[in-house]
Design a protein around this ligand. Structure first.
Ligand code: CDP
Length: 215
């Protein structure tokens, strides 16, 4: 079973995708990490993230980089949304994601274009959202937990900027797939969001199983 989880920054999609992977015993790929790895490589090589050729040159990163905690900063998140708008960067990372999705037994992937581009044939597609204010509150708390003194207003402005870039780009923009189900986590706890996500996936799974059974 392939499960696609898409949504904007700090919507809860990563936590939900991880929990779904655990629940169904499937491997999980946080595809945002790939774009973050390109961004970090651009920064370390002192390249220009706005230049497509520079960003493409950073796509050949070592897999070990995916475990680097430096990927998790807000600055790298912003840079990732700049490099990810280049069509050639998306093309360079496409096969690796498709291969992961198609592995025997299935997989859970989360990102921005999983249900639309990477796995349009996914068995279950969730689009996770929450209001920008609530997403900024979550991200602000998370950053404070890591010792950051960044203001709430700056976090909210950054989230809005990233939303605009991710939704406005011409290649693989952040849009809900026509056959995805919406999960609004604005007023749900983590536990409640996960339970709801499992229930939504179950509906799709049971429907898929009964469609293959002889009548
Ligand atoms: O965790 P958070 O939602 O803040 O960000 P992320 O999922 O790590 O993604 C960082 C950036 O990578 C996003 O703002 C997108 O611009 C880009 N991205 C993308 O374009 N396509 C994906 N499938 C995943 C991430």
């Amino acid at each position: 079973m392939i499960i696609a989880v898409d949504g904007p920054a700090a919507s809860g999609k990563g936590t939900i995708a991880k929990a779904l992977a655990r629940h169904y015993g499937l491997p999980h790929l946080d595809t945002g990490l790939l774009y973050r790895a390109v961004a970090l490589t651009v920064q370390r090589m002192e390249l220009d993230p706005a230049k497509e050729a520079d960003a493409v040159a950073a796509c050949d990163f070592d897999d070990a980089l995916l475990a680097d905690p430096a990927l998790r900063t807000d600055e790298i998140g912003q840079l990732a949304s700049i490099v990810s708008a280049h069509p050639l960067v998306r093309a360079a990372l496409l096969h690796r994601q498709k291969r992961f999705a198609r592995q025997p037994g299935g997989a859970v992937l989360d990102g921005r274009d999983i249900g639309t581009v990477i796995a349009p044939d996914a068995d279950a597609k969730l689009f996770v959202k929450a209001t920008p204010q609530i997403r900024a509150q979550r991200r602000h708390k998370e950053l404070q937990g890591h010792g950051s003194t960044v203001s709430f207003d700056k976090v909210l402005t950054d989230i809005r900027g990233r939303d605009a870039r991710d939704s406005g780009r011409s290649t693989a923009p952040l849009v809900m797939a026509g056959d995805a189900v919406l999960l609004d986590t604005s007023f749900l706890s983590i536990d409640a969001s996960v339970q709801k996500a499992i229930a939504l996936v179950e509906v799709r799974r049971v429907r898929a199983v009964s469609a293959t059974e002889p009548q």
